[in-house]
Design a protein around this ligand. Sequence first.
Ligand code: G1P
Length: 314
Amino acid sequence: MKKVRKAIIPAAGYGTRFLPATKAMPKEMIPIVDKPTIQFIVEEAIASGIEDILIITGKLKRPIEDHFDSNPELEENLRKKGKEELLGLVEETTGLNLYFVRQPYPLGLGHAVLQAKAFVGDEPFVVMLGDDVMADEEPLTKQLIEGYEKTHASNIAVMRVPHEETSSYGIIDPEAEAGDGLYNVRKFVEKPDPEDAPSDLAIIGRYLLMPEIFGILENLEPGVGGEIQLTDAIDELNKTQRVFAKEFKGERYDVGDKFGFLKTTIQYGLKHPQVKDDLKKYILDLSKELESGAIENNMDPEAHELEAAKEDEE
Ligand code: G1P
């Protein structure tokens, strides 16, 4: 059985949900307190035993490459000032086995993954989506690798979502659970309307795939949204070899969504040694203010004006 050594992180998307912040900056570089979201993904890969990581980028994504490069001037400056702790943080993201390739056109997630064909070769590999930050005692990618070691087959991470949200996800049609939270799957469907969704088990952003997926992706017709969909390719793969779904029981933070991003920032802040005490106090005081209604009077004056203007228009 071949070892899982390689991971792909697609990072070519425009990040339109975070405009204007993402007009000139990759969404993957937006920080959760002090760490760019993509660094959480890279850390999960390394903690799961992954050796080589390919990041699929596109236009305006150079800051990602720079983030994982050395910065000799900054390092020298911190060294001279004796700022060893900061130096450690800067050096932590240097010297990893990271590779980059560009997706020339935004033709969909399946098309992005196809750009990794030569990098992956003939080995099982993982795909990790940057919008999903996962927290569990054992990293989710490691759980998928263990699933592969048991089943010798592809393992796709899934999680229950509210039924009305199925049209935002790939959804599986599960057969009976095969133990250890693993399901055999009848069908994988990309973004079905709630009335057509075969279950509430949604594909979250971690996939362990067999290399045969590339032959399928090369010949795949565009699906939902006119894009080459990874979910459609997985459904095809499932017709010729077993593909399992692994139910994730940990915490998932959707940092690709504004509210999800705010929640993640607060959760991470509450664990961050430098800010956790102040943040906790702030949240407790804020809740009291919110409960008493005092916060209304505190509103940003500009926002207040905007709000008033909107009411005038209506
Ligand atoms: C992608 C996949 C979808 C999956 C989702 C998880 O969709 O196409 O199957 O459920 O990621 O976050 P996107 O969020 O890129 O539209």
